[in-house]
Design a protein around this ligand. Sequence first.
Ligand code: HEM
Length: 509
Amino acid sequence: MEIPQNASVPWHGEPLQEGHSGASLLLRAVLALLVASSIGQVVYNLYLHPLKDIPGPLLARGSLLWRFRYCMGGHWHLHIQKAHKRYGDVIRVSPNELSFASAKAWKSVYGIQKGAPITKNEFWDMIGLGFDEGSIGSERDYHLAAQKRDLFADAMSNRNVAQQEPILQAFVSLFLDKMGNLGDTKEGLDMGQWFLYFGFDVGTKMAFGESFECLVRESAHEWLTLVLPLFFFVNIADNFRRIPLVVPLLKLIPMGWLRGVRGKIVKYSKDQTAKRLLRSGPQNDFFDNCVDKVQKGDVSEEEMASHLFTFSVAAGETQATSMTGILYNLLANPEKRDELQREVRGAYKSTHDMDVATLLKLPYLQAVLKEGMRIHPAVPQGLPRVSPGTMIEGIYVPEGTEVYVSAWSTSHDERYFHDPYTFKPERWIDPTCQDVKEASQPFGLGPRVCPGKRLAFAQMSMQLAKMVYTYDMELLDSSRDWNYGCKTHYFWWMPPLNVRFRPRANVGA
Ligand code: HEM
């Protein structure tokens, strides 16, 4: 068909072209404005910003691009470490964000401050998953956080850790049975998974009295499949929250999957809260005191659900990833494994003789745990805080600046640890060793230090000692390069760690 010369073709006619050019003029104007303001922002960040004199990669000082480029690849901790090596102990990671990498900075950033405190920042709202009340982990207000920690002080005490020992013993026995029954094969067992099962089973049982039962079912509880991937999105959101214009836009994007996951997690936490509230009287779990306060009306149910969510994550994940890193390093260094075997097998006649009190006194066992967590800290990037406008490490850090210590950088720094990439438990017990041990802080430090630290040492000591006592463990070839495959998106994303378990020939129990 022939189109007449002056017919109006919708995509080619005069009237539409006029409209199009009007719109395109507007678009161009908006684009020009955006470009001009971005350039203006970059110039400001580089030459006028209060942090302009702090070194760092050019892209990081001027924009968010350095952060965006490297943060999502899984090796963020290594990029930050490299930048520290090049630019020094304090670097600008993005225009309004400082990373510190000296041993002393741990106290300066996280310790008790004289003036206005350095508190948790907005990042922790995401970790709190949008409950209406902040939890022991997500509360940002300094004084409220202290009150919320007090609710669980008794549960986290030495006395309560000792009271929970029978629960721990029962779960370790079940775990060992599984290793024995399933682990003596060519493929062995993926210990990253099994430590997660153990960590979450024992964590949930101790926290609110109901175990996930992953060990019994030999598979993950739905919670794990929902919560752990969520932290990948937290990592993405942590980038985008820095662009004020994008935040309201993001809320418009229909993210059904994400909302569904969040909804399920919140519902689970609330259901467990309701169930736990029905069990009144001492239950010997973390929530005895909190339940009492809810019943007296001092604490809301929403707050209790928010605590319950935090404990469900905090008590399992960090413990599991720490144990995976510890076991890898131990088995990749057979002479260290043998040394630990000698200590543990020499100290007890049977696994039934082992208790937390004596295990905590075995020097080599404790050194193995500390060295494993130095090389493979559960949270390798910084634990973010916000400056109230204060001096940190001799620098005035303006109010609103994000600050943290990069854990990986300090615990792998040659100035603090000789041979930092070598697994040497001896450095923790040798009185002549000059290493600066305070540079490794896998549990954090100060008022927000991990309250589960004692419990974590108790659990890891019992679990590792009984494994070493009962089995001859072998790292399978497929897992030799495990270290290089580990990535971080706030928490670790680890490749399989396949280990074969053979019963020790002359086991005594
Ligand atoms: C090896 C095991 C563990 C490691 C490496 C670890 C590490 C950490 C780290 C690095 C923090 C953040 C501290 C901060 O922001 O300054 C933390 C917080 C926390 N951990 Fe642990 N943790 C472990 C086990 C546990 C256990 C077993 C529990 C529960 C009993 C627990 C409960 C918590 C809670 C509730 C918080 C939040 C504290 C607050 O914000 O005030 N953790 N942990």
